[in-house]
Design a binder for this molecule. Structure first.
Ligand SMILES: [Zn+2]
Length: 321
């Protein structure tokens, strides 16, 4: 029993550190030193995560491949819309470097903290924003965690939320309805979303000045995704955190239309935190579905064999309304 309790304490510490939510939700720094190391290469690579983090070998893991839904993109809405509250609210924003990534968090009061509702598991529950982070590759052909009918993107953006009834990420992380992550693919374009450009400028400054935290001033989450929220048109499935402890507590909502990022901003990511040592290729490989259902706009779209990609182009011109 003692061993189990110790392990749980370690897992909790890693989760809170990795997702580094609101400062109020952080655990003591001393706890994080006990956690076994993990990474994306060498001994600590994703295939071995389960040895130290049992849940990483579970049956409800993320990311997964999302099936092609081309003809459904323009179909009338039939599922349930995700509802975004305060995604347009300005809150004091901060970048915080973590062990394998960085987090974009808000440091103000909870009063205007962004919230989503209408989520797949508990439509009436409210999930509060805890932090935003990215996954990206060292080359354009790698970076995103989920794949879209086998197609990969150079990056993926994750908005992590906790169920308000549990009060914090730490308390929610082991509950089946504890977390909601909203994912957007990133695609290279001539211009970035404004939020991504501000983020890249901040990361560039952190690298130049050897800082691990940086205030960005007041920002809203809409700056990252304005024009790309199609409330009904998302994939939904039950999965996990894509980093240890891989807790199977995440309701995943992934939008198929990618958000643009400029090559210049992507290069800043690729050189963070330093040119010699960077966090690129911080994406976990695809996990087995193990019979789970994936829905898109309320319809079950998971199947044994993927649909043929045909001529589907991943661009904002694929209007989904
Ligand atoms: Zn993530």
């Amino acid at each position: 029993m003692k061993v189990v309790l110790c392990l749980m304490a370690v897992l909790g510490a890693v989760a809170a550190q990795e997702y580094s939510p609101h400062p109020k939700l952080k655990v003591q720094e001393k706890d994080s030193g006990d956690a076994p190391s993990w990474g994306y290469g060498g001994e600590g690579n994703p295939v071995n995560w389960y040895k130290d983090y049992l849940q990483c070998g579970g049956k409800r893991q993320s990311p997964v491949n999302l099936p092609y839904v081309g003809e459904l993109l323009k179909a009338p809405n039939r599922g349930r819309p995700l509802v975004f509250h305060y995604y347009n609210a300005l809150n004091p924003a901060r970048l915080v470097q973590s062990s394998k990534n960085f987090d974009f968090v808000f440091t103000g009061s909870d009063e205007y903290a962004p919230v989503v509702s209408g989520v797949g598991f508990n439509p009436s529950d409210k999930y509060q924003f805890a932090g935003l982070h990215l996954h990206w590759g060292s080359v354009d052909s790698n970076g995103a965690e989920h794949t879209l009918d086998g197609h990969t993107f150079p990056g993926e953006m994750h908005f992590v939320h906790f169920n308000k009834k549990y009060g914090s990420v730490e308390n929610a992380i082991n509950q089946p309805d504890g977390l909601v992550v909203i994912g957007f693919f990133l695609e290279i374009s001539s211009q970035s979303m404004p939020g991504l450009t501000k983020m890249a400028k901040g990361l560039h400054q952190m690298r130049a000045t050897y800082q691990t935290e940086l205030d960005l001033g007041d920002m809203s989450l809409l700056e990252f995704i304005k024009g790309y929220i199609y409330n009904w048109k998302y994939y939904y499935y039950q999965g996990s955190l894509t980093t240890p402890p891989c807790s199977e507590s995440v309701q995943w909502h992934v939008f198929p239309v990618p958000v643009p990022i400029s090559r210049a901003d992507l290069e800043v990511l690729r050189q963070f935190p330093t040119v010699k040592e960077n966090f690129s290729d911080n994406n976990r490989p695809i996990q087995n579905l193990n019979g789970r259902k994936i829905t898109y706009d309320g319809l079950v779209v998971s199947r044994d064999k993927p649909w043929l990609p045909e001529n589907f182009k991943h661009s904002p011109s694929n209007e989904v309304y």
